[in-house]
Design a binder for this molecule. Structure first.
Ligand SMILES: Cc1cc2nc3c(=O)[nH]c(=O)nc-3n(C[C@H](O)[C@H](O)[C@H](O)COP(=O)(O)OP(=O)(O)OC[C@H]3O[C@@H](n4cnc5c(N)ncnc54)[C@H](O)[C@@H]3O)c2cc1C
Length: 369
């Protein structure tokens, strides 16, 4: 029996809690300083850009592909365990190509995806117009349609993951900020909050931007840059375009995400902070630029009412690739699963699988617990 303490209940911590809770030999405790999904996860729209991404090999593609495959089984599993479906859009992602010079690259990606067993379609502007009559296409050279990519509501997903984990014996403690660790030699013995110590055989740090400070506490340098993203929600008088075909639209990295009931999300800006700034604030001009870019390819948006705006901070690793999934140097029983930057919702299921494998490998190793 291994006591596993997970620090942070964003989508990554919740996915790990769920995956590990499926194995009865583990006792899982999740410590969250606020409530679940209040960090970066709460600001995401949950677009899972797998097949349509330009990553075709190596670790980044393997994680994306593993996540897409896992989502196909995970979403029904969660619905069965919690009794309610996780809202998601499986009508794919349509990316507008404005640059003719990009077309050979898309064709090459299409061929690669076909060999990999995934589908990617290249539509003429006329085909895009037929499927999505709400889009302005005079600058559009083609539409790249990825039917197997999806969009998942991140807060509902996180809630479902943690509820399903709890139904399998995991414990969640909210308002429980981790402030340190009890150690002996190269082992962590317990995770400390201000009010309680939680004994641990394994510690997983999945605290998003908070992971930097916790890693530093354990002597590991893990610089994470907070990259700000803003978005807005728009209520339309009627559904945009064809009510039966509502994919996520991507125009030059400005996403239009159908959220149901005539509500649409427009997201997200990518704003790098000034050097050393840990808590950057949103700038109205950047949000306005995003809004104007969305209206440029979907003019009907201008007739909608902006019902809310929001922003969040993405954890971007500095000096190493996202995400960071690895043991913490110098400690036998501590792992990091963090720094997912722009793709934490997409990569959470594969991250959980990788953590599970890492745990098995380390538990079987010569220095195992
Ligand atoms: C505007 C925006 C749009 C995005 N869009 C997408 C998208 O479309 N698709 C996609 O895949 N990704 C998207 N992302 C990225 C995605 O949101 C992140 O990669 C992902 O949410 C990271 O999840 P996490 O669980 O690692 O971190 P978080 O969600 O930040 O969770 C970390 C948790 O740890 C807790 N915590 C921190 N310190 C402590 C402590 N000391 N003790 C206890 N708890 C602690 C925090 O309270 C928090 O709840 C977007 C991000 C933003 C900001």
């Amino acid at each position: 029996m291994a006591r596993i303490v997970i620090v942070g209940c964003g989508v990554v911590g919740a996915a790990i809690a769920y995956e590990l809770s499926r194995q009865p030999q583990h006792t899982i405790t999740v410590l969250e300083r606020q409530q679940p999904a209040q960090g970066a996860t709460g600001a995401a729209l949950g677009i899972a850009m797998g097949v349509i991404s330009h990553k075709v090999k190596g670790r980044n593609w393997r994680l994306r592909e593993a996540s897409l495959r896992r989502y196909a089984t995970l979403l029904p599993e969660l619905a069965a365990l919690t009794g309610k479906p996780v809202p998601h859009n499986s009508q794919g992602i349509l990316s507008l190509c404005f640059d003719e010079a990009m077309l050979p690259r898309w064709r090459s990606l299409q061929a690669i995806r076909q060999r990999q067993g995934w589908s990617l379609e290249i539509w003429t502007p006329d085909a895009v117009a037929a499927a999505c009559p709400h889009l302005r296409l005079d600058q559009v050279m083609a539409g790249i349609y990825s039917p197997q990519d999806l969009q998942i509501a991140p807060q509902a997903l996180t809630q479902a993951l943690i509820e399903a984990a709890q139904s399998q014996g995991a414990e969640l403690h909210t308002e429980a900020a981790v402030v340190g660790f009890e150690r002996q030699g190269d082992r962590l013995l317990a995770v400390k909050t201000a009010v309680q110590d939680y004994p641990a055989d394994w510690v997983m740090i999945t605290a998003g931007l908070g992971s930097e400070g916790l890693a530093a506490e354990l002597g590991q340098n893990l610089p994470l840059m907070p990259v700000l993203g803003q978005g807005l929600r728009v209520k339309m008088p009627e559904p945009l375009g064809n009510a039966d075909f509502q994919p996520v639209i991507n125009g030059d990295d400005v996403h239009l995400v159908p959220l149901g009931d005539r509500l649409y999300g427009v997201a997200a800006t990518v704003e790098f902070p000034p050097e050393g700034e840990r808590s950057p604030l949103p700038e109205a001009a950047a949000l306005d630029t995003l809004w104007q870019a969305a209206i440029a390819y979907c003019p009907a948006l201008a007739t909608g009412a902006i019902v809310s705006t929001w922003y969040g901070l993405r954890p971007r690793p500095q000096g190493q690739a996202a995400p960071v999934i690895q043991p913490i140097a110098g400690w036998r029983n501590a792992l990091l699963a963090t720094g997912h930057y722009r793709n934490g919702v997409l990569l959470a299921p594969a991250t959980a699988q990788q953590v599970d494998q890492l745990l098995q490998t380390l538990s079987d190793g010569p220095n195992s617990n």
